[in-house]
Design a protein around this ligand. Sequence first.
Ligand code: CA
Length: 226
Amino acid sequence: MSSKILIVEDEEQIASFLRRGLSYEGYEVETAADGASALAKARDARPDLVVLDLMLPGMDGLEVCRRLRTAHSSLPILILTARDSVSDRVQGLDAGSDDYMVKPFALAELLARVRALLRRAGPGEPEILQFADLRLDTGTRQVFRAETRIELTSKEFDLLELFLRHPKQVLTRETIYDRVWGYDFGGESNIIEVYIRYLRQKLEADGRSRLLFTVRGVGYVLREET
Ligand code: CA
């Protein structure tokens, strides 16, 4: 059931951030810090998807991408890079990658793209995540409480999806920053509180019960009222 993801990244900090984030979502993770070991791991570990940095020591990332594509025609490749010009993106896609993300990135977006690529590669369907009377459709990005449709902004949706993937688990503020706002987030420290307040207002409209609870000094949890 769990998919295996190969991370090709020479920057230790980003590699371990990705490893942590992907492992937390239940993926099996392999890493490689240069092109030669990436090609060897792709052959031996048989990953279901590759996250590929372009600026690598030795063999260039685009060359790694071409060789991966030649050797494994249907392997999804997500390029992750600091290069963000249109010609860089075109080159990346021409080299056989399936998708392209520019650093800095939000982990929630990377996870969404990884899921999309794995879905396209396999027979999977969009997921319906449910808790109590709350229902979230990752395909249409619609949210309902019972039969009432709830309109969320993109960030509110990402935040709620994170809670629905980890029901009854206390999510620390650090985890939430990581997942929804990205590893380099350095903005206002009350942004999570603000978004939780937005979500509560929308989820609790018409006197509906509370589902998002504050765990003082730690973070937040999706659970039912006790
Ligand atoms: Ca790099």
